[in-house]
Design a protein around this ligand. Structure first.
Ligand code: LMR
Length: 346
């Protein structure tokens, strides 16, 4: 017969086991493949992101869920949390390292705290088009950047594009560097973006994506820079009067998986994760290109913002003014990374 003490020990062991089975730790909850799926609780993969579900990142996260659940016949279950529902910018990165969320796809620049070299992405006018960006992603320099997150418990799974950034504000059309003087802009993170606005005579503040609409609405900042699709899906046109088409910088993502979680999966489940990610990545690239155009059209049709496409001459003035940023940050970003990006643009 059990005495009370034995019973409570038994109960706490059962509780601990069942907690593991629903995937609370960093280790996958069920790694066996020999039992029928119905007998084992599925391994839960939480995928947290900050944009809406109808963005390239949002759609690709949903596509990844569909593919992985199908390929593993339900042994793995993906829960996608869009729009900072689960975590904002800073928290999602911390929680992915801790293993409380398994996959995130932060904008590259938000990884600056882990590796300052990734700020290449913010160098003004570095890439002329999408093709150059994709080519850089294939370079050895970028592969090293992807692997550099290993020591922070994160494995780089894929690069996902969003697109080129444009400036918006609610004070006046931004057509020349003088127009930026005295204004304050929201930035994602990092010193390069701070230097970019400083060079234009403007101030800047790092604000989480989920708090940016309110900051623009309340006038905490006058403007921000983002892709057509983020501007459109965040409805910044409700709180920003002017948009300048400048394509001056990139906004792309690195998809990261907690590596303790990944390494704890059986080889066949790891393969399913990688294959699903490769297919979702193809889909993401198509969506990014489609939605970039569709969002610009949408913003034009909406008629709420005055949209100006800057001429090559106007852009040349910005490019010349921002050129010193390259020398200022070369030692931080490294010549290797900058050269690889420039080579990809040739
Ligand atoms: C931003 O903070 O503006 C973007 O990084 C959001 C996103 O994930 O696209």
């Amino acid at each position: 017969m059990f005495n009370k003490k034995k019973l409570s020990v038994l109960l706490s062991i059962t509780l601990a086991l069942s907690l593991t089975a629903v995937g609370c730790g960093t280790k996958p909850s069920a790694t066996t493949t020999d039992k029928p799926a119905a007998e084992v609780a599925p391994i839960v993969v939480k995928f947290s992101h900050v944009v809406t579900a109808d963005t390239p990142k949002g759609k690709a996260a949903d596509k990844f869920k569909e593919l992985l659940e199908q390929k593993t016949a339900g042994k793995m279950k993906v829960e996608v949390y869009p729009s900072s529902q689960l975590y904002g910018d800073k928290e999602e990165l911390e929680q992915a390292q801790a293993g409380n969320v398994q996959i995130i796809a932060p904008s590259i620049t938000k990884l600056v705290g882990l590796n300052p070299k990734i700020q290449y992405v913010d160098l003004p006018f570095l890439f002329p088009d999408n093709k150059a960006v994709y080519k850089f992603w294939e370079s050895e320099a970028n592969k090293k950047l992807m692997n550099s997150f290993d020591k922070f418990s994160l494995k780089g799974l894929a690069m996902w594009p969003n697109g080129f950034k444009q400036f918006t504000d609610n004070k006046r059309p931004l057509l020349t560097p003088e127009d930026f003087k005295g204004l304050k802009f929201r930035t994602q993170a990092g010193k390069v973006l701070e230097a970019q606005f400083k060079g234009l005579g403007a101030g800047s503040a790092t604000i989480a994506f989920g708090e940016t609409y309110a900051a623009l609405q309340q006038g905490t900042v006058d403007g921000q820079e983002n892709t057509f699709n983020n501007i459109d899906t965040q409805k910044y046109q409700e709180v920003q009067k002017y948009l300048s088409v400048t394509n001056h910088g990139r906004l792309d993502y690195i998809v990261l998986i907690n590596n303790t979680f990944f390494n704890g999966l059986t080889p066949d489940l790891q393969k399913a994760v990688l294959e699903s990610m490769a297919e979702a990545t193809k889909f993401e690239i198509e969506q990014a290109e489609l939605l970039d155009k569709a969002s610009l059209e949408n913003l034009k049709k909406g008629g709420k913002m005055q949209i100006t496409e800057l001429t090559p001459e106007q852009l040349g003035v910005f490019q010349k003014l921002m050129e010193p940023i390259y020398a200022e940050f070369e030692s931080m970003i490294s010549k290797e990374v900058i050269d690889a990006a420039k080579n990809a643009s040739k």
